[in-house]
Design a protein around this ligand. Structure first.
Ligand SMILES: Cc1cc2nc3c(=O)[nH]c(=O)nc-3n(C[C@H](O)[C@H](O)[C@H](O)COP(=O)(O)OP(=O)(O)OC[C@H]3O[C@@H](n4cnc5c(N)ncnc54)[C@H](O)[C@@H]3O)c2cc1C
Length: 390
């Protein structure tokens, strides 16, 4: 049996970011994915735009602002050729939206200036998602085409599919949370699609209105590559026969069935239509289509750190079921198991920042911020009248 100090399951931007920061502390790190390479889940589908969140002051906006500043500086310093920092022009969709923009002016966290029909934020950037994940994980061992079906804790070690023994297990599995056996831990899969097109039109900055449009990259004299993202699809019916199935691997390399193809075509139409409301793109040819599932938490905040063991916590404090609040540090936690999930539609903004915090928490016991720790999920669920059947 192979043995490691750290195993990370999930080689998307969350897992790759964790692997980068952990590799500074340990030589014994294994990064696992069921796909054949890094960034083959949501992270490979992302337009990977990095934009500020506008709005009145609130905790989520504060988090996005901190993470955006951190991530843009990090990408520029470490992987300058994989980030295009040309600014993003945010265009209000209508008069009401323009009114909202005006009301947000006192709360702007980043510089901006009037530009065409919108407002240009120089911090706005776009990254090459595959290269970033590849580079972040370059110093750790990787195991691809390996589906983790079972994790089990025996004494002080975790066993992964009875094949790998590890001291600390970190789950960064995105929208598929089937390895986590805690009822309060919930994720909504929000499927989406991004397309790349070749066009004769040149675009000088990123744009965001009903969709995002990237600055163009020159292919040759008359042809430019532009990314357009993204759609949002929440499916309330059984999609297991389609490619919108979290259990599949390498979904963007497989032959799709008719139902999937229909959704893909309709999403291409939606994206082209939304893009045309930003810029008239001439001579368009769609050259790439990617689909993926965003992992969204119920309250939009990410989910980071250890998990509360609800069974053991209820046994120790039976009155939690009656609504009594127990301080977080008294609850029983699942040892040596850590998570980074719920980065939703901003994985390339949030993951690096949170991975850095999580690794400092694991290695140096630095406290995490309450807003994105997993305790809140347990505490909310435990207060509910009919939660107790675990
Ligand atoms: C169409 C689209 C456009 C987007 N655009 C942007 C954008 O412009 N900017 C931005 O910041 N974000 C964007 N996002 C969101 C961003 O892509 C996600 O937030 C981010 O990729 C999530 O990263 P992750 O590592 O948590 O998940 P993922 O990238 O999905 O990685 C999870 C990995 O875990 C693996 N895994 C799961 N279970 C197992 C198992 N049991 N065994 C082995 N491996 C397993 C999966 O194979 C997968 O590779 C977009 C998302 C989509 C879908």
């Amino acid at each position: 049996m192979r043995e490691f100090e750290y195993v990370i399951v999930g080689a998307g931007i969350a897992g790759c970011s964790i692997s980068h920061f952990l590799s500074k502390y340990s030589k014994s790190v294994l990064l696992i994915d069921k796909n054949e390479d890094v960034a083959f889940g949501a992270s490979g589908a992302a337009g990977a735009f990095l934009s500020p969140l506008l709005g009145k002051q609130n905790k989520f906006k504060d988090l996005v602002t901190k993470a955006l500043s951190f991530s843009v500086s990090f990408y520029k310093e470490n992987f300058p050729s994989d980030i295009t920092s040309c600014g993003t022009c945010i265009i209000p969709k209508n008069e009401e939206d323009e009114g909202k923009f005006q009301s947000y002016i006192p709360y702007m966290d980043f510089e901006y200036e009037k530009f065409e029909d919108g407002y240009l934020f120089p911090i706005g950037s776009v990254v090459n998602s595959y290269n970033i994940c590849k580079n972040l994980s370059s110093n750790v061992e990787k195991l691809f085409n390996f589906n983790v079906e079972r994790i089990e804790k025996i004494n002080n070690f975790w066993y992964v599919n009875d094949e790998i023994k590890v001291k600390n297990l970190i789950l960064a599995t995105g929208a598929d949370i089937s390895l986590i056996d805690e009822k309060y831990f919930d994720i909504r899969a929000v499927w989406g699609q991004k397309i790349d097109v070749i066009t004769s039109t040149k675009i000088s900055v990123n744009y965001h209105k009903d969709c995002s449009l990237s600055k163009s990259k020159k292919v040759d004299e008359n042809r430019n590559l532009v990314s357009i993202g993204a759609t949002h699809n929440r499916f309330n019916k059984d999609m297991s026969k389609t490619s919108y199935n979290l259990k599949l691997s390498n979904i963007n390399k497989m032959e799709h069935n008719e139902e999937t193809k229909k959704i893909i075509s309709s999403d291409i139409e939606k994206l082209l239509n939304n893009a045309s409301k930003i810029k008239k793109l001439e001579d368009i040819e769609v050259v790439d289509v990617k689909i993926g599932a965003r992992a969204s938490s119920v309250d939009y905040f990410p989910m980071v750190g250890k998990l509360v063991d609800s069974q053991k916590s209820f046994e120790k404090f039976p009155h939690i079921k009656n609504g009594t609040h127990i301080k977080n540090d008294k609850l029983i936690l699942i040892d040596n198991l850590y998570l980074l999930n719920g980065v939703g539609g901003r994985g390339f903004v949030l993951s690096l920042y949170l991975a850095n915090k999580l690794v400092e928490n694991i290695v140096n016991e630095t406290a995490l911020e309450e807003d994105y720790e997993n305790f809140r999920l347990f505490n909310r669920w435990a207060k509910k009248p009919n939660k107790g059947k675990i």
